[in-house]
Design a protein around this ligand. Sequence first.
Ligand SMILES: *Cc1c(COP(=O)(O)O)cnc(C)c1O
Length: 405
Amino acid sequence: MQFERFFQSNLEGLREAGNYRVFADLARQRGQFPAATRYREDGTEQDVTVWCSNDYLGMGQNKIVVDAMKDAIDRCGAGAGGTRNISGTNHYHVLLERELADLHGKEAALIFTSGYVSNWAALGTLLAKIPGIIVYSDALNHASMIEGIRHSKCERRIFKHNDPEHLRELMAADDPAAPKLVAFESVYSMDGDIAPIEAICDVADAFGAMTYLDEVHAVGMYGPRGGGVAEREGLMDRLTVIEGTLGKAFGVMGGYITGSAALCDFVRSFASGFIFTTALPPALAAGAAASIKHLKASELERRRHKDAVAKVRATLDRHGIPHMANPSHIVPVMVGNAAKCKWISDVLIDSYGIYVQPINYPTVPVGTERLRITPTPLHTDGDIARLSQALNDLWSQCALARQVA
Ligand SMILES: *Cc1c(COP(=O)(O)O)cnc(C)c1O
């Protein structure tokens, strides 16, 4: 086989379909978020404003977090030195797991090297090990949950997105004696819609099912202590497992599950994706713990963040730039055409110094191509005005439809 030719022709296929992914080559500037330096292909540099970061609160640039990481490096050095089982468990890991269990009101927590790995490993292990279990998975669940479910090879049903009635129908059609697990998210990242958590838990309870909630886009952001949407709605005790990331609002890296002591111990003891991989560097654990601790006590970031989201939406409305209504912090500006979406994104960064990655198929359905804008507490009124003005110009140039507010 001509391997190189195979790779090239598949990449060509992506390019022709407009799905080839191009990364922006950026250096974040410490303490200057959302400013970054862009390294252009022609070797020149450009200052840009980032409008599509998942560091939703700018905690990745927060002095408390950066100082905690530096301090941990000074004390413990760079790496963890092994898997958790063999020489890699550091005191910072233990402290972080305590912080997380407390955040979600659970007995225990278990950290992984990413949110992706935590979903893949926890769902993969629970569903493979519980004999005869059936999983009910929301139709729009994240790839990491889908991969965990696939890996387990268990029976699976897909319920319509955010539809507890469809979930009930599917569960009622299955053997009442079969163990069951319902897997879903709180905030869905592309549309920014929020699951009816209580209604889903009610259905799950009626069938004796476990509930597994991915709060990746909500931890740090919602609830009085940043425990997520389930905390805000007083539902944390209704979830068997709450899963989250340390890489988005907490600004660092890593993932976790929280749940009963026995469940976390079970995953710790059987999950290949936990056991056979080097533990997080102590500095990451220290930074994440500092970030969580800070956001438990401080409402300031969440309040300023809400204000920024409201300002962005209001400014877009004034220009008639269409954005999808939703109850979260994610502002999907709808373009509805892959080529135009990519073009707008290219001109935004090249001519306006505004970085918003285009979101095209297969991440979202064809015809719903969009710019996924994530305001942060660190975007100024000037940043917001420049973004809206630029979009206003480009909407005219592309002859895109306006929305009358
Ligand atoms: C980003 C994401 C993950 C993975 O988290 P990482 O820490 O980035 O690996 C899991 N679930 C959802 C819904 C996500 O958007």
